[in-house]
Design a protein around this ligand. Sequence first.
Ligand SMILES: CCCCCCCC(=O)CC(=O)SCCNC(=O)CCNC(=O)[C@H](O)C(C)(C)COP(=O)(O)OP(=O)(O)OC[C@H]1O[C@@H](n2cnc3c(N)ncnc32)[C@H](O)[C@@H]1OP(=O)(O)O
Ligand SMILES: NC(=O)C1=CN([C@@H]2O[C@H](COP(=O)(O)OP(=O)(O)OC[C@H]3O[C@@H](n4cnc5c(N)ncnc54)[C@H](O)[C@@H]3O)[C@@H](O)[C@H]2O)C=CC1
Length: 318
Amino acid sequence: MFRLFSSNMAFFTHQIQRSFSSSVVRNVVIKNVTIIGGGQMGAGIAQVAASTGHSVTLVDMTDDILKKAMKGIQGSLRRVVKKKFSDDPESGDDFIQKVMQNVSTTTNPAAAVTTSDLVVEAIVENMKIKQDLFGFLDKMAPEHTIFASNTSSLPISDMASATSRPDRCGGLHFFNPVPMMKLVEVVATSSTSPETSESLLNFTKALGKTPVCCKDTPGFIVNRLLVPYMMEALRLHERGHGSKEDIDIAMKLGAGYPMGPFELSDYVGLDTIKFITDGWREKEPDNPLFAPSDLLNKLVAEGKLGKKSLEGFYKYSK
Ligand SMILES: CCCCCCCC(=O)CC(=O)SCCNC(=O)CCNC(=O)[C@H](O)C(C)(C)COP(=O)(O)OP(=O)(O)OC[C@H]1O[C@@H](n2cnc3c(N)ncnc32)[C@H](O)[C@@H]1OP(=O)(O)O
Ligand SMILES: NC(=O)C1=CN([C@@H]2O[C@H](COP(=O)(O)OP(=O)(O)OC[C@H]3O[C@@H](n4cnc5c(N)ncnc54)[C@H](O)[C@@H]3O)[C@@H](O)[C@H]2O)C=CC1
């Protein structure tokens, strides 16, 4: 009887402590956000976080890249306010100014994380480089800081294993273009604590996005379906069964997609798609969904990476 009572007491005490500690964690509102990588995704995430009142530090390797990122954010904000403040352009200008004031830039990641509540990693899709970054930042960031990766395809748990805080690591997978796309996949590994997941979910809602919860499986939900579709479109074209233009028109007008698979691949970046499929093929060499494409390999080898290099499947002007 006593044993039952004491184990019940222990259970209730644990529950009380748990609800107390999780409510404390829940009350930590993410305010200071550090974004590592100011490319197309990092700049977009910085823009949305700054637009929703967060204090953002954007980190990249050179000042020139950061200048380009800030210019991109300003250009994208202009497109947003043109719609949002269509009958009040002065308020639109004020909004842009306020948002830009919420973003600072640096090439020093160690300094950038010292007051950070959340770090969002959006650098190149390479596990070794991401692990090195996570391991380094782990030593620099405060105890409470949550680390999130925007990876398209790599296991979050492998990045978390480079840190001493796997319970405070998770995935925040945004979609391109970040200011327009409503979804964020919130990824929990088997080590991610419920409090971390909840903080990440709350953060995505504060950004005005719709989160879905994902397990730490290859491609989460969207890319596990989108990447095989895109590779199948490539193979269809390589077999000579359709021009890229016709395949794009077909999927837009026949399936209601806003972009066809070749347009979307150029938009995302052919190097990123190659990184993803090469990585998945290494793990599942016999899976025909991840079979290589000569055309994709050739374009990437030629530096034709899509819209960002002004040529991929199609040509683009600045
Ligand atoms: C291949 C799969 C492999 C996956 C590999 C990894 C990738 C990932 O991990 C996950 C991903 O992100 S997958 C990609 C997800 N994104 C998509 O599917 C985008 C599909 N496209 C669209 O939704 C529209 O074309 C879109 C919204 C982009 C543009 O809309 P429209 O087609 O109507 O064309 P526009 O005339 O250019 O734009 C209309 C208005 O939208 C606003 N806008 C667009 N881009 C913007 C941006 N970047 N910033 C701010 N506002 C923007 C804008 O109001 C624009 O009007 P204008 O400014 O007057 O042009
Ligand atoms: N392109 C897309 O549509 C999407 C990409 N992603 C993922 O987001 C991540 C970034 O992708 P993108 O923005 O497209 O790439 P990107 O090539 O446009 O930008 C990457 C940026 O990271 C910087 N960088 C690289 N290593 C760094 C380091 N150690 N420290 C600081 N900065 C560093 C680069 O200088 C570059 O500016 C990748 O993991 C990708 O898989 C996720 C969703 C969509």
